[in-house]
Design a protein around this ligand. Structure first.
Ligand SMILES: [Zn+2]
Length: 457
């Protein structure tokens, strides 16, 4: 497997430094456009044709960049897309030991906001496309890179906007999103390489009980707070049905091979037909297993009453659901209504931009197909060339990323960064975010060979 030269590394480091030092937070000081425009300049300076480098977006400070490394001649193969968000979470100088917007190399690490999430991969992919172009490499299919806005926060999510408004620019056979997935290290030893092959859908619901209220010295039989809490008690007692899909089935099969004792036996039992639900119940004591088995809905916020000596006129809860792929938010809203079992309660949907609506979207994340060999074969081979013997497994992410917008548009997405991190050194969104220098070089080598493998040598 070829490794980057000193000159390749120097350029990749300079791009990484430049991106870290451009503030792309969703704050008055931040501008995603500044980062996108800086990368646009690099591509144009390197000789990419202007029609293959698009700077576009719905807001002047939230412009996305879409770059196309064009196939040689006519191609019938659909492109592949690398989807990378450019925005970062706010970081305060007073909370850090270094300036979060200064790229600092110290003790074998790069420090700065975005070194883990995810300017490392943004920079590695920009550097890789520039290098391939400079070497005269022409793929057999187009290779696309999208650098996007507002994954972390803000109203102008670039992935969502691009796939809805400019499908022609980002349409692809499949997507790699390096925002998740990677190699887990335990004291330097590569334990497992996770590839996010599907994810749950995030949805908030607003549950409201209302009442005429009145003086608290004269309580009435009906009461907004008690009606709300009784409904929440029913939710607490409810467990959504156990489910498996092609991704979680493969993941638990791989995990069963590594576990021992009761856990291994239970994992094998849930994979049987029909699944052993008592084994699933035992495993569900572990929250990460439970979340991987089913849709979950949990109350996360409460608000009720207006004075200590008055009957509450309104009692309200936010219920946060993580929906198993294959179900729509509206289907879950209907299910919540029947779980609450009180027709007087209003159950409304709260959108990502906090708009409250009577009904929820019918759109569902697709049930993931079995992992595509065209992706997994080179991904596994190249990962194991760097970390010999490491198992590579597809996983279903319980959280949410921009992959969901492409998954909902029917485009399979895989989350993989080839970034190796110690299990206890996840600093994304946190203080003193850092990346081992060695991990950056390895991801650079991975992407170079992986792009060539999917583009055709
Ligand atoms: Zn991220």
């Amino acid at each position: 497997m070829p490794t980057a030269s000193a000159a390749n590394r120097a350029e990749a480091r300079a791009i990484f430094k430049q991106l870290i030092e451009i503030n792309t937070t969703d704050t008055p000081l931040g501008s995603v456009t500044a980062g996108s425009a800086a990368m646009q300049k690099r591509f144009l300076d390197a000789g990419f044709p202007a029609e293959d480098v698009h700077l576009l977006g719905p807001d002047a400070r939230k412009m996305n960049l879409v770059v196309r490394l064009r196939a040689a001649g006519h191609t019938t193969q659909k492109p592949v897309l690398f989807l990378c968000h450019m925005d970062v979470v706010q970081a305060l100088r007073s909370d850090w030991h270094t300036d979060p917007f200064e790229f600092v190399e110290k003790d074998g690490y790069y420090y700065g906001r975005g070194t883990q999430d995810m300017k490392d991969s943004d920079a590695a992919l920009v550097a890789t496309l520039l290098r391939l172009h400079r070497e005269g490499y022409r793929p057999r299919r187009d290779i696309l890179l999208a650098l996007t806005a507002d994954e972390e926060s803000g109203k102008f999510n670039g992935a969502d906007w691009l796939v809805r408004q400019h499908r022609e620019l980002v349409d692809a056979a499949w997507v790699i999103n390096p925002d998740s997935g990677g190699v887990e290290l335990d004291h330097g030893r590569a334990v497992v390489a996770d590839v996010e092959a599907t994810e749950k859908v995030y949805s908030d619901f607003q549950l409201t009980a209302t009442n005429p209220g009145g003086h608290s010295s004269r309580p009435r039989p009906d009461n907004a707070i008690y009606e709300l809490t009784a409904a929440l008690d029913r939710l607490a007692a409810y467990t959504f049905p156990f489910e498996l899909n092609e991704v979680t089935r493969t993941y638990f099969k791989n995990l069963a091979a590594q576990e021992t004792g009761q856990t291994a036996a239970d994992l094998r039992a849930i994979l049987a037909t029909p699944p052993d639900l008592s084994a699933a119940a035992r495993l569900s004591a572990e929250p990460s297993f439970n979340s991987n088995f089913r849709t979950t809905c949990v109350a996360t916020m409460l608000k009720a009453g207006h004075a200590p000596n008055a009957l509450a006129q309104t009692a309200q809860a936010n219920v946060n659901c993580r929906i198993f792929p294959g179900h729509s938010p509206e289907e879950i809203r209907q299910q919540l209504i029947s779980i609450f079992g009180d027709a007087k309660l209003a159950v409304k949907y709260v959108s990502d931009s906090y708009v409250v609506a009577d009904t929820a979207p019918e759109r569902k994340a697709m049930t993931p197909p079995a992992p595509i060999a065209e992706v997994f074969e080179p991904l596994t081979r190249l990962t194991q060339a760097i970390w010999p013997g490491v198992p590579v497994t597809p996983v279903m992410e319980n959280g949410a990323s921009d992959s969901i917008y492409f998954a909902q548009a029917g485009i399979p997405c895989y989350g993989y960064s080839a970034i190796a991190l110690e299990r206890d050194d996840d600093r994304a969104h946190g203080q003193d975010e850092r990346l081992p220098v060695d991990s950056y070089w390895k991801s650079l080598d991975f992407f170079y060979s992986f792009l060539k493998a999917v583009g055709g040598e």
